[in-house]
Design a protein. Structure first.
Length: 252
């Protein structure tokens, strides 16, 4: 398989008996999760970063993948980790956060962390995707993450410069599924979002926190960093917040 970049590859970092599954977002890659993975692994966690089908390689590959493929990859990875480790935490960025929520809704996990997870987006064209895909097969980012070299670490900012238009329908499906069944999330829950996120609705983290039935819930608000916060200047802040939250939630 030919990857966009070496940092787009999936990774596995062996640590202790508490495992964390990291899942990247729509059009992204494992590069968006690697610094966070390294940080958490250095603090004793086993960390696995999966590459969702159709991502990190070529846009043509993404055009052939679906929400079912992405969700199956998430659930399979959770099951594999549960066979070997004392605890399993699901943590995802953007669409990966939706996948993490769905995993927490459908199967027993020990904690869930959402990072810039959308319950709605600020992109107005998403509702028209089914029709638009017939005429515009691809939409290229104008000011997307891959162009943000000033605020995001270029070494790990590996993703597609656009998206297959028909895959927006799959993204919408996962957002709706995650939001519809939030009441099924009962594990400890940490939600992270930036006030400077230009992609998702400003109330997404609030919706997640209100909708989940978790007894233990925490929120981390970031100041003025972009959507892909995991490779922003706040990445260590996020890692520390996750490590502190999980130590309390998993051992409390």
């Amino acid at each position: 398989m030919k990857y966009l970049h070496e940092n787009a590859r999936p990774f596995f970092l062996e640590g202790g008996e508490d495992a964390i599954l990291l899942t990247h977002g729509f059009t992204g890659s494992c590069g968006h999760m690697r610094p966070l993975g390294d940080y958490l692994n250095a603090r004793g966690f086993t960390v696995r970063g999966i590459l969702l089908p159709g991502h990190g390689t070529d846009l043509d590959d993404m055009s052939k993948s679906t929400w079912q493929d992405w969700l199956n990859a998430e659930l399979t990875a959770v099951r594999e980790l549960k066979e070997k480790y004392r605890t399993v935490t699901v943590a995802g960025l953007s669409m990966g956060g939706c996948l993490s929520l769905i995993a927490a809704e459908q199967m027993p996990v020990d904690a869930c962390v959402t990072l810039s997870a959308p319950m709605k987006t600020q992109q107005k064209f998403t509702w028209a995707a089914p029709v638009a895909a017939l005429f515009v097969p691809r939409i290229m980012w104008q000011n997307g993450a891959v162009n943000d070299t000033r605020r995001l670490d270029p070494e790990y900012n590996i993703g597609y410069p656009g998206m297959p238009t028909k895959r927006i329908v799959d993204l919408n499906h996962l957002m709706k599924q995650a939001r519809k069944n939030l009441y099924s999330v009962t594990c400890p829950l940490l939600s992270v979002q930036s006030h400077g996120d230009e992609t998702i609705s400003a109330d997404s983290a609030d919706i997640i926190q209100r909708g989940a039935a978790s007894r233990i819930k925490e929120m981390l608000w970031l100041e003025e960093v972009p959507h892909v916060c995991t490779i922003s200047r706040e990445k260590d802040h996020i890692g520390q917040a996750m490590a502190d939250f999980l130590r309390k939630a998993l051992n409390g």
